[in-house]
Design a protein around this ligand. Sequence first.
Ligand code: NI
Length: 169
Amino acid sequence: MSRAYPNIGGPISLVNQNGEQVTEETYKGHPTLIYFGFTYCPDVCPMTLVTVKRAYDRLPEGVSPPQTLLISIDPERDTPEQLAQYVSTAAFPDNLQGLTGTPEEVRAAADAFLADYSRIEQPGSESEYSMDHTSLLYLMDEDWQLKTFFTHEDTDETIATCLTELLEQ
Ligand code: NI
């Protein structure tokens, strides 16, 4: 079930919701589940994070959930302060961290994961614009190598089963 994708996944240099500088080295030593999204997303991002939380709730005893990262592809609005509030949402994983950075840092991180995003203007709407973005969950191993990925359409049951197989000691 474990697959290797040597071209997907690479270095990141961002700040977390507490304003602390982080890189891939920050997370090595523990599996990490990464999602690129944004806090103003009305549907797919929050639903995906809820699904991840439900998947973690299904993990058997002895299988620890991976560290969970939301990397914002909307750094203009997703400041560390905005992310701090968002990641504390009760329906999201307890260990969720929100990462952001300069537009260049965010683009470099997304490029490393072959993730794409673009701004969609919505003149007249309250939020002015939305973001179109790749919606995948990347499971990185303790060496920051891609182990597998999930789509936002995978169920919490599917994700839990796969995580259990891959992370069980
Ligand atoms: Ni979204």
